[in-house]
Design a protein around this ligand. Structure first.
Ligand code: IPD
Ligand code: CA
Ligand code: CA
Ligand code: CA
Length: 265
């Protein structure tokens, strides 16, 4: 019972937050940088996170909250009910393009993903799942994922990961890019994950993401039988940063075993 209420509250609040974001489009943004000059944050990222957190605290004062912009709690464990929030995933797109960004929320109970919501604000597309009850795009149930071969796969990844890079052995990525049917790069981890869920791409790879980037999308993809791990093929820990491989069931195994298994990710 309680979970159904949480599910409908989460969707209602995300919709309202999305409406506020759309209305902000004609106003001047206050843009700041964080860790480097390309790491952007705006007043709208902060206001959206504060709006959602205010709603959670009002209705569920005992729940814990992790938010990218720091208005949540300092979490040291995932015990209890934890909301993991990215108020705007794809801030660079939000600032430069006013599209290709999403609000992402995952609600976890003792580390298990119960609810996933990724809202494409501009297209008014709400991807959502409740563990064990199916995953939906707006009101439409999404079908289970079937496998795909590399030669017919579109893989979402950022060009950075195929360049010489201090983080990775980029040489391992080159054959993967060569063998795939195509690659795409959307600049928003949350949407790239739900694009796997919706069958728009077959896999998504990233070398370094934070829990708020993948917590919502993971519940949706897993509900459809997609596989979500780091690049070593291990389960994610929703308290830590990690690499990410999201893919259709058989394709995930192929990518790990035939391409990535010798990497030090
Ligand atoms: C970013 C986006 C981007 C990914 C970055 C993330 P943000 O999230 O998901 O696609 O490559 O690593 O930080 O900062 O726009 O919420
Ligand atoms: Ca950010
Ligand atoms: Ca993000
Ligand atoms: Ca963000």
């Amino acid at each position: 019972m309680i979970w159904e209420t949480i599910y409908s509250h989460a969707m209602e609040w995300v919709k309202e937050a999305g409406k506020n974001i759309r209305q902000s489009f004609d106003k001047t943004l206050d843009i700041q940088t964080k860790s480097n000059q390309n790491d952007l944050v705006t007043n709208i990222d902060k206001e959206t996170e504060q709006f959602i957190i205010r709603k959670i605290k009002e209705h569920y004062p005992n729940h814990k909250i992790m938010g990218e912009e720091g208005f949540g709690d300092e979490l040291v464990s995932l015990e209890g009910i934890v909301w993991i929030i990215d108020p705007i995933d794809g801030t660079m797109n939000f600032v430069h393009q006013q599209r290709n960004f999403a609000i992402s929320i995952g609600v976890y109970e003792n580390g298990v993903g119960m609810i996933g919501i990724v809202y494409d604000v501009v297209h008014d597309e709400m991807y959502h799942a409740f563990k064990g009850r199916g995953a939906y795009l707006n009101d439409k149930k999404m079908p289970k994922l079937e496998t795909a071969s590399i030669s017919e796969a579109i893989i979402a990844l950022n060009a950075t990961w195929v360049m010489p890079n201090h983080r990775i052995d980029h040489h391992l990525m080159i054959p993967l890019v060569r063998d795939a049917r195509g690659t795409r790069s959307y600049g928003t981890a949350a949407l790239e994950m739900v694009y796997v869920a919706a069958g728009r791409v077959d896999a998504y790879i990233s070398l370094r993401l934070s829990p708020w980037d993948f917590a919502g999308g993971a519940v949706i993809v897993e509900e459809l039988g997609g596989i979500v791990t780091n690049l070593r093929g291990e389960k994610l820990n929703y308290l830590n940063k990690d690499s990410l491989l999201v893919a259709k069931p058989g394709l995930h195994k192929t990518i790990i075993e035939e391409y990535l298994k010798n990497g030090e990710w």
